[in-house]
Design a protein around this ligand. Structure first.
Ligand code: ADP
Ligand code: MG
Length: 603
């Protein structure tokens, strides 16, 4: 990738989280988070559509989630780059709807608009970009974005698409644990082994990194894209819903607003429990009140199965990395859910060492992304960052069996080449079917792409030589080339998963989001003019009750009445220029009136 340093300006680091997103940059003192206009560093990854079709992102959207859940979406990262059947279970818990007829590209219905998951993420990214631009006072169009180490090719592609739709050139996708280690400056260690335990809102990741001579290498990654603080919330929510059902004799679970309010109450209690031994779940809703105390002891008992589900992947990861527990020098805690004392003690027990918790666990990843951004912009010493591919990649061979070309946990960038042959006499086409996963049979793995290599020499079975080359770039994105050695015929694809977005679709979305931005902007201007109109109409109304109005000459009063009528006629139009013109006309007509009023108040 070509990076133009002369015009690079500020390259920001972005943690595009399931629950919260953050933007950070590196200055002379180190990486720091850029707050939003409301002073908040965390931008909730929530998007809401207003009745007039505009979009709202972050804290205000989280408020709207309560009153208009059917027009709001959260945790969309869970849907990124995934097919409908992958997320069927999840969709049951989600209050938003998948638009009909969206088998190939999932579309979410929010009010009267539909969005793909990358478009939703793009709205969050746009907000972060805006926050950074407001902070710097200059445009920001380049970013490093982090992704869970466990993200597959499709999920990475979807994240890159989101960046493009938001008008950001994504210079690099970085694994979140790698970013966390960078934030803690662990690259300054000469040698050592580091475990990064990331327990956030929607995903759990464990990674083992090795440092040698200032070089970072991810030895192994493991995790669960279905495990996070959301699961704890859902568990507490179920209990609270049962309570409410028996206390109020009412099933709140069918009441969208009621459920969201209760979810909020449950999350508040959960977060307090990290710091105090007991907390209340409190809900006041439609004149009724629900209260329940949860002690730390009960909470720990309830969430033990969830916390335990993180420990299996940890053990597997240690095994994959080929290290013993006592060879792990440092453990880094990442993600808001690592504030929970039981999580900390469980991790400490497993790794037999006290984990790092000095930095804010929900800021660590964004801070590290900013460090990576600074590395790419050349403002800090270049370091070699090596990552690994989380899943094996291969092609289908005879009998529906997978031949793996690149094995899981291989260091990337990576490439592999293998020769295959034909199975049928005189065959002139070969279908190359690219799959991802650990299983032996094609049907048990994820299908990434299929393409035909055409025009190969019709020779007896077993004589053709087809060379297949896999290349994974630094972002973990795969391209595949197949070449007939006899004819030199070649075909290559950058692997785009079957349910991902095509380039044309992404272009179209970029276009639409620009158009939408104009529409959003003009809607705002219309609203502003209406506010102006309200103010002046109110003032004229007051003058009516005031002697100043009757003192005017007849034609002056007629001019005012005519202008008032015209303002009222255009008041509901969508043309802010027109409203402004009529306001100005009324302004002119009332100059004399205003003077009279002023005199009136002075005497
Ligand atoms: P993600 O990376 O998934 O976007 P974060 O790292 O921001 O998530 O973590 C969000 C999760 O952390 C949420 O489930 C939130 O409730 C949880 N969380 C935040 N603060 C606390 C706390 N004090 N105690 C327990 N959980 C917390
Ligand atoms: Mg996170």
């Amino acid at each position: 990738m070509e990076i133009d340093f002369t015009s690079s300006g500020h390259i920001v680091g972005i943690d595009l989280g399931t629950t919260n997103s953050l933007v950070a940059f590196m200055d002379l003192t180190g990486p720091r988070i850029i707050p939003g206009a409301d002073g908040d560093k965390l931008v909730p990854s929530v998007v809401s559509v207003t009745p007039n079709g505009g979009t709202v992102v972050g804290n205000p959207a989280r408020e709207l989630l309560i009153t208009q859940p059917e027009r709001s979406v959260y945790s969309v990262k869970r849907l990124m780059g995934r097919g409908i059947e992958d997320v069927a279970e999840e969709l049951k818990l989600f209050p938003f709807r998948v638009a009909p007829g969206s088998e190939s590209v999932m579309q979410l219905q929010l009010g009267n608009r539909t969005f793909t998951p990358p478009e939703i993420s793009a709205l969050v990214l746009r907000q972060l970009k805006q926050n950074a631009e407001d902070y710097f006072g200059v445009p920001v169009d380049k970013a490093v974005i982090t992704v869970p180490a466990y993200f597959n090719d499709a999920q990475r592609q979807a994240t890159k698409d989101a960046g493009r739709i938001a008008g950001l050139e994504v210079l690099r996708l970085v694994n979140e644990p790698t970013a966390a280690a960078l934030a803690y400056g662990l690259d300054k260690r000469e040698n050592g082994v580091v475990a990064v335990y990331d327990f956030g809102g929607g995903t759990f990741d464990i990674s083992i990194l090795k440092l040698h001579d200032g070089i970072f290498e991810v030895l192994a990654t493991n995790g669960d894209t279905h495990l996070g603080g959301d699961d704890i919330d859902n568990l507490l929510l179920r209990i609270a819903l049962e309570d409410v059902a028996s206390e109020w004799g009412q099933d709140l679970s069918t009441d969208g607003e009621g459920v969201q309010r209760l979810r909020r109450a449950v999350i508040q209690a959960k977060e307090r429990l990290s710091f105090v031994p007991s907390a209340m779940i409190e809900l006041e809703y439609r004149g009724k009140k629900y209260e329940r105390e949860i002690t730390r002891e009960l909470f720990d008992k309830l969430i033990t199965p969830i916390v335990d589900r993180t420990l299996g992947p940890c053990r597997d990861c240690i095994k994959d990395a080929g290290v013993a527990v006592d060879q792990i020098d440092e453990v880094v805690m990442v993600g808001g859910s690592t504030r929970i004392p039981l999580v900390r003690s469980s991790v400490e027990n497993l790794f037999r060492s006290k984990p790092h918790t000095e930095l804010n666990p929900d800021e660590v990843v964004a801070l590290g992304a900013a460090v990576q951004a600074a590395i790419l912009s050349g403002t800090v010493d270049n370091k070699l960052l090596l990552d690994v591919t989380p899943l094996s990649l291969g092609i289908e061979i005879m009998g529906g069996v997978v031949s793996k070309l690149i094995h899981r946990n291989s260091t990337i960038p990576a490439s592999a080449t293998e020769n295959f042959t034909t199975g049928v006499d005189g065959q002139t086409n070969v279908l190359i079917h690219v799959v991802q996963g650990e299983r032996e049979l094609v049907k048990d793995n994820r299908s990434l792409a299929r393409f035909d290599l055409k025009g190969i020499d019709p020779v007896p079975a077993g004589l053709a030589r087809i060379e297949v080359r896999f290349l994974i770039d630094a972002n973990g994105i795969l391209s595949v080339t197949a070449r007939d050695q006899r004819t030199g015929k070649e075909h290559s694809v950058e692997v785009k998963p079957s349910y991902g977005l095509t380039d044309e679709q992404v272009e179209k979305m970029i276009q639409e989001s620009v158009e939408q931005a104009e529409q959003d902007f003009s809607a705002r201007q219309v609203r502003e003019q209406r506010v102006e109109a309200d103010a002046i109409l109110l003032a004229v109304g007051k003058a009516h009750k005031h002697g100043a109005y009757s003192e005017l000459a007849d034609e002056e009063r007629a001019a005012i009445d005519k202008s008032v009528n015209e303002v009222m006629l255009v008041y509901n139009s969508d043309d802010h220029h027109l409203i402004a013109a009529k306001i100005e006309q009324l302004n002119q007509a009332t100059i004399k009136l205003a003077e009279n009023m002023l005199k009136g108040t002075q005497t």
